[in-house]
Design a protein around this ligand. Structure first.
Ligand code: BGC
Length: 764
């Protein structure tokens, strides 16, 4: 008995006196699992909860505090400020090991400084820095700003998504950033929603593929100093907001969730995404941040997600505002129990989680699990072995070598993501064009080209349309005319536009008019801007080319008849002007396709191609949906639509056989011919239709993408291989099944330009 007591005393001492035991967690050779468990065993409850807190950086707090009054400093929760708390306190907590993560840290110096504070803490647990590197690490200075996510989706080029994520990861690590809050894999179904430009559009298949490649690009194999954690977000449902506004409550059936909104998240998890961000909105009556079904049952239970969940900005605290928690403490309890591992910015965990555990409201085992998940990633990223960043990479980036190489990628990604919506022989600009008028302030805009999430992208790094065109056409005389005021949209007096060979007009919204909290009830291009296009055409009768810029689908039917060509550019980043000039001059033959349906009237929203059929099939030209009294049901431009300077003929699809048993592969072929006079790239799209099913299914579902590059006259066979598994859907029992019966497959170059073939799925 005496011996037993002595052994127990030694064990107790080893646990509580931590330091005297071999510090396995500091041994780089030890397996990560052992390091995590060793460290966890040494941590106090306070230190554990510290790992679950994410704060904004000290400089961010200081900058915001500087412009606030005493009163605001005490009470204001806006602008990233913690009421009543100073940057000095946040620094002290870091030294005490009570903060595990920071966001909005924008310089390597600050990142290294915060790490040095963390290194003063008892256990020296490094900080993990998160940042919104959405299209390049553009919230921080000096990095390449790539085209936005929706641009990438237009290219339908998943390899490009991978390359950009890869390069972004390198640029991030060079400034000691470890974790990007991207990709946004929400399926965006409403053009009014301000955030569609951050997404890959409306189709689950395309979003899934873009998201998976982004995750792989960011993370690599998560074992080098060039890899960062990806964060798939926002889980889930906010991208079909009931009134178009950000964060509005989502009421979506489980079947819709599983068929439309979940697939990109599930695929992201399978691709290895190691963090996930929950959405601001509630889902079917439960805020996503306290949604146990989402985090525990689906994410961890069904998909075996091994990574950690971070809340969205302030949203743990907001559970009380949803009126599901009685106060802030209760909100923290619900979020922790539901499985939200890290509290971004709301300070709810920092204030209440220790008490909640001590009072028996939250099980310590839940805290241990959360901390285990966070620490595992810190170990895997190598932060324990070297928390600082002073490598040559940063220097190389400074020397612009990396940025120069990456700008080439940005230019390529840009030109392949500009969608040609109309072309009546106006493009490419004739080599003989000598006098070109460039009308509209967006032609000389810098910051706007960068799009949102680019707060510190440098305006002076941007190639404007004017710069790009001048470089591309050195012998042409290019005259810039402002045309209208970008802020007020008032028209300026136009000079007489005589003697020009071609007139290029830029219209659209400012970059700051789309993004988070930038939803709109009116997505028309401003009426004055559209009137200007009409007046220019009527006055000159010269070819008028319109560049439409924006972060969401826009409507421009008023000016459409008066313009000979339309290019929709979205926001192209630092290489905007070069990418646009490449397309205008034909150096790049446009190949992009719309990843979202463009409505003709905002009243049609939400409008997406993969809608259900209706029994009331009386609308003219469209057998599937009922109509409006005052507007066509058809979109202005369909999902998948986009022209080229050449033309392609896609032959009727052929199948090797007409009957398949489940488990077999369906092989479909079609011949694609370049029938025009330019070399070009075409995106062949494969869509599926289940002719009769036990529950209704969409009229069309994208299930294959192939890209071919053909010279004039060239023909290529394109082959799609589909497993019968891919024909499935969720039935009334919520089971994923394939039902025997007739199916149709469609191929074409737009969801409204398709040729069909049928086959039958038979019982085994
Ligand atoms: C956004 C997130 C973003 C976070 C941090 C939130 O408001 O919804 O997408 O990652 O802020 O900036």
């Amino acid at each position: 008995m005496k011996n037993k007591l002595i052994v127990m005393a030694i064990v107790t001492c080893l646990v509580s006196c931590g330091g005297s035991r071999k510090e396995v967690y500091k041994d780089p050779e030890a397996p990560v699992k052992e390091r995590v468990e060793d460290l966890l065993g040494r941590m106090t409850l306070e230190e554990k909860v510290g790992q679950m807190n994410q704060f904004v950086g000290l400089e961010h707090i200081k900058a915001n505090s500087a412009v606030m009054t005493e009163e605001e400093l005490k009470n204001n929760t806006a602008n990233a400020f913690y009421p009543g708390i100073t940057d000095k306190e946040v620094a002290a907590w870091t030294e005490q090991g009570l903060i595990g993560s920071f966001l909005h840290v924008l310089t390597i110096e600050e990142a290294n400084y915060l790490q040095s504070l963390a290194m003063k803490s008892r256990l020296q647990i490094p900080i993990i820095f998160g940042i919104d590197a959405i299209h390049g690490n553009a919230n921080a200075p000096g990095n390449t700003v790539y085209p936005t996510n929706i641009n990438l989706a237009c290219s339908f080029d998943t390899l490009m998504a991978y390359r950009i994520a890869r390069e972004t990861a390198k640029e991030m690590r060079a400034m000691n950033m470890h974790w990007t809050f991207n990709p946004n894999v929400e399926v965006a179904r409403d053009a009014r929603w301000g955030r569609v430009g951050e997404t890959f559009g409306e189709d689950p298949y395309l979003v899934t593929r873009m998201g998976v490649q982004s995750v792989k690009g960011y993370q690599g194999s998560l074992d080098s100093k060039e890899d960062v954690l990806a964060c798939i977000k926002h889980f889930v449902g906010g991208s079909e907001p009931i009134n178009g506004t950000n964060g509005s409550p989502a009421d979506l059936s489980e079947r819709t969730l599983r068929e439309v909104f979940f697939p990109p998240f599930e695929a992201g998890v399978k691709a290895g995404a190691m963090s996930l961000m929950t959405a601001h909105n509630e889902l079917n009556g439960v805020p996503c941040h306290s949604n146990e079904w989402l985090m525990a049952d689906v994410l961890r239970g069904e998909w075996n997600f091994p990574g950690f969940v971070v809340s969205d900005w302030g949203s743990v605290g907001e559970i009380a505002k949803h009126r599901m928690a009685k106060d802030n403490k209760d909100a923290g309890r619900l979020a922790a129990i539901a499985g939200c591992d890290m509290d971004m910015h709301s300070m709810t965990y920092a204030k209440h989680l220790v008490d909640l555990v001590n009072e028996g409201e939250v099980d310590i085992a839940l805290i241990d699990d959360a901390v285990r998940r966070i620490l595992t990633k810190k170990f895997e990223l190598g932060l324990f072995d070297d928390p600082y960043c002073y490598n040559n990479r940063a220097k190389e980036i400074e020397d612009k070598k990396i940025v120069t190489a990456n700008r080439k990628i940005a230019r390529e990604a840009g030109s392949s993501s500009i969608v040609l919506l109309k072309n009546e022989s106006a493009l490419p600009i004739a080599a003989t064009a000598r006098r070109i008028a460039l009308v509209g302030p967006l032609n000389k805009a810098h910051k706007d080209m960068l799009g949102n999430w680019s707060a510190l992208g440098k305006a002076e790094d941007v190639i404007t349309v004017y710069d790009g065109l001048r470089a591309a056409l050195p012998h042409a005389e290019i005259t810039y005319i402002e045309g209208y005021d970008l802020e007020t949209n008032e028209l300026k007096v136009l000079p007489k536009l005589t003697g020009y060979d071609v007139i290029i007009v830029s219209v659209g919204e400012r970059a700051m008019d789309s993004g988070e909290a930038k939803s709109k009830v009116d997505i028309n291009v401003d009426a004055n801007q559209q009137r200007m296009v009409k007046e220019i055409k009527e006055a000159t009768q010269k070819p008028v080319i319109t560049l439409v810029m924006g972060g969401r689908p826009l409507i421009f039917s008023q000016m459409e008849p008066y313009t000979d060509a339309i290019l929709f550019t979205w926001w192209l980043g630092t290489e905007a002007g070069n990418a646009i000039a490449d397309v205008l001059t034909g150096k790049y033959n446009p190949s992009a396709k719309l990843p979202m349906t463009f409505p003709r009237n905002v009243g049609q929203c939400p409008l997406y191609y993969n809608h259900k059929s209706t029994g009331r099939a009386w609308a003219p030209n469209n057998p599937w949906v009922s109509g409006y009294m005052d507007e066509s049901v058809l979109p202005a431009y369909a999902f998948g639509y986009g022209l080229s300077y050449t033309t392609f003929d896609i032959a009727a699809p052929a199948l090797i056989k007409q009957q398949y048993k489940s488990g077999e592969y369906i092989i479909l072929t079609t011949m694609v011919k370049n029938t025009g006079s330019y070399s070009g790239k075409e995106t062949i799209q494969l869509y599926l239709q289940d002719v009769v099913s036990s529950l209704t299914r969409p009229v069309l579902e994208l299930c294959g993408i192939k890209q071919v590059e053909l010279a004039p006259g060239e023909i290529e066979e394109v082959k799609f291989i589909l497993s019968t598994e891919e024909l499935g859907f969720f039935n009334a029992e919520k089971k994923f099944v394939t039902e025997p019966g007739e199916f149709k497959l469609f191929v074409g170059n737009s969801s409204d330009n398709l040729k069909a073939v049928s086959f039958e799925l038979i019982e085994k």
